[in-house]
Design a protein around this ligand. Structure first.
Ligand code: NDP
Ligand code: OXD
Length: 305
C-alpha cells in the first residue's frame, strides 16, 4: 500500500510490476482488501492505521524522518522503518554544501547589498579557518562531514552516542554539547525530531556559539524556536541562517522569515526521496523481510529514531 505523491506511486507500481510481480502494489485510496495489506509506505499515515490494516507488518516512511508517525501507538508486532535512499543522502550533501558555502561567503549580506545597490567587499577567510559543526552524525550527517572536509572546512560533529570519524572532532550527549557549540562558526542541524531534540535550536544553544555564528536548519521545524532565532539575529549573536524546515509548512504570508534580510528560506527541499533509488531501497527491504533477514533502518522504539 503506497500513500504519497501519486506520480511517484505510478512509477513505483510499474517497477513492482516489472521486478516484483508477486507483490501487489496499491496506491491510496485504492486499498484493495485491507486485510491483505502487510506493508505500508507513506509520508503521512491514514487515520486508524492499525484498525484499517489489521495484518500490517511494516510501516515504511517514504522519507528519512519518521516523526510523523506515533510510534507509541504501534502494536508490538509492527515495525517502523525510515527510508535509506542514497538519493536522499546525495540531496542533503548538496543542500548543506550549498548552505555552508553561502554562509561562509556571506551570501545573505551580499544579496541585501545587491538590492540596495551597494558595491562593498566584506572581509573573508579561507575554509580551513571556519569550523562547521554538524548536529547528527547519522546517515546524512556523516556523508555531509566527508564533503565539507573535502572543501577544506574544519568539521566537528555531535551525536547521542560517541563516534569516531577520521578528521572530525566528535562530541556526544549532554556533556559534550557545550564544548561542541563553543567552536562552531556554522551550526548545521540534521537531527531527527524526538522528545529529546524538540526545541534544541533555542536561545540557550545560540548563546553557547561564538558571537556572529550562523545556522543551517535542515532537520525538522520542531527543532527551532523561531522567535529565539529572530532575537539572536537581532542582537548579533547569530549573523544569518539558512532554513529549510518549519513547524508550520507552508508558513503563512505574514511569517517573519519570508522577507528577513538575514534568513534564506527554502520550502523543505533539502533532500527528496528519488524515484529510482527510493524504490530500490524499499524493494530490497521488503525482500529482506520476506527472507527473514533484519530490515534496514528499523526505528528503535526507545530512542524514537
Ligand atoms: P539517522 O537516524 O541516521 O541519524 C540521526 C543522528 O542524530 C545520529 O547520529 C544520532 O546519534 C543523532 N541524534 C539523535 N538524537 C540525538 C540526541 N538527543 N542528541 C544528540 N544526537 C542525537 O538519521 P538521518 O541522518 O538519516 O536523518 C536525520 C534527519 O534529517 C531525519 O530524521 C529528518 O528529520 C531530517 N531530514 C530532512 C530532510 C529535508 O529535506 N530537510 C530530508 C531528509 C532528512 P547516534 O549516532 O548516537 O544514534
Ligand atoms: C525526509 C524529508 O525526511 O524529506 O526524507 O524531510
Amino acid at each position: 500500500m503506497y500513500k504519497s505523491d501519486p506520480a511517484r506511486g505510478a512509477a513505483w507500481r510499474k517497477r513492482f510490476a516489472e521486478e516484483a510481480a508477486d507483490i501487489p502494489f496499491h496506491i491510496w485510496p485504492d486499498v484493495g482488501d485491507p486485510a491483505a495489506v502487510e506493508y505500508l509506505v507513506a509520508w503521512q499515515p491514514p487515520d486508524d492505521l492499525f484498525q484499517r490494516f489489521p495484518n500490517l507488518r511494516i510501516v515504511f516512511s517514504i522519507g528519512a524522518g519518521v516523526d510523523q508517525f506515533s510510534l507509541e501507538e504501534f502494536p508490538p508486532a509492527v515495525k517502523l522503518a525510515r527510508m535509506l535512499d542514497p538519493g536522499i543522502t546525495q540531496g542533503m550533501v548538496e543542500y548543506v554544501t550549498m548552505a555552508t558555502l553561502a554562509l561562509h561567503r556571506d551570501l545573505p549580506a551580499y544579496l541585501c547589498a545587491q538590492r540596495e545597490r551597494r558595491w562593498r567587499a566584506l572581509p573573508s577567510k579561507p575554509a580551513h579557518e571556519r569550523t562547521v559543526g554538524i548536529m547528527g552524525l547519522g546517515n546524512l550527517g556523516r556523508a555531509v562531514t566527508a564533503q565539507l572536509r573535502g572543501l577544506g572546512f574544519a568539521v566537528r560533529g555531535w551525536s547521542r552516542s560517541a563516534h569516531e570519524i577520521e578528521g572530525v572532532r566528535c562530541y556526544a550527549g549532554h556533556v559534550g554539547l557545550q564544548k561542541f557549540l563553543a567552536g562552531c562558526d556554522i551550526l548545521v542541524c540534521m537531527l531527527p525530531l524526538t522528545a529529546a531534540t524538540t526545541g534544541i535550536l533555542c536561545s540557550k544553544t545560540f548563546a553557547l556559539l561564538p558571537p556572529g555564528a550562523t545556522l543551517v536548519a535542515a532537520g525538522r521545524g520542531g527543532h527551532l524556536v523561531e522567535e529565539e532565532l529572530l532575537s539572536a539575529l537581532a542582537d548579533g549573536q547569530l549573523a544569518a541562517a539558512v532554513i529549510d524546515v518549519l513547524s508550520d509548512e507552508p508558513p503563512p504570508p505574514t511569517h517573519p522569515f519570508w522577507d528577513h534580510p538575514q534568513i534564506m528560506l527554502t520550502p523543505h527541499i533539502a533532500a527528496t526521496t528519488q524515484v529510482d533509488t527510493g524504490c530500490s531501497a524499499l524493494l530490497d527491504n521488503i525482500r529482506r523481510h520476506q527472507s527473514g533477514q533484519p530490515i534496514l533502518g528499523e526505528v528503535n522504539r526507545l530512542s524514537g529514531y
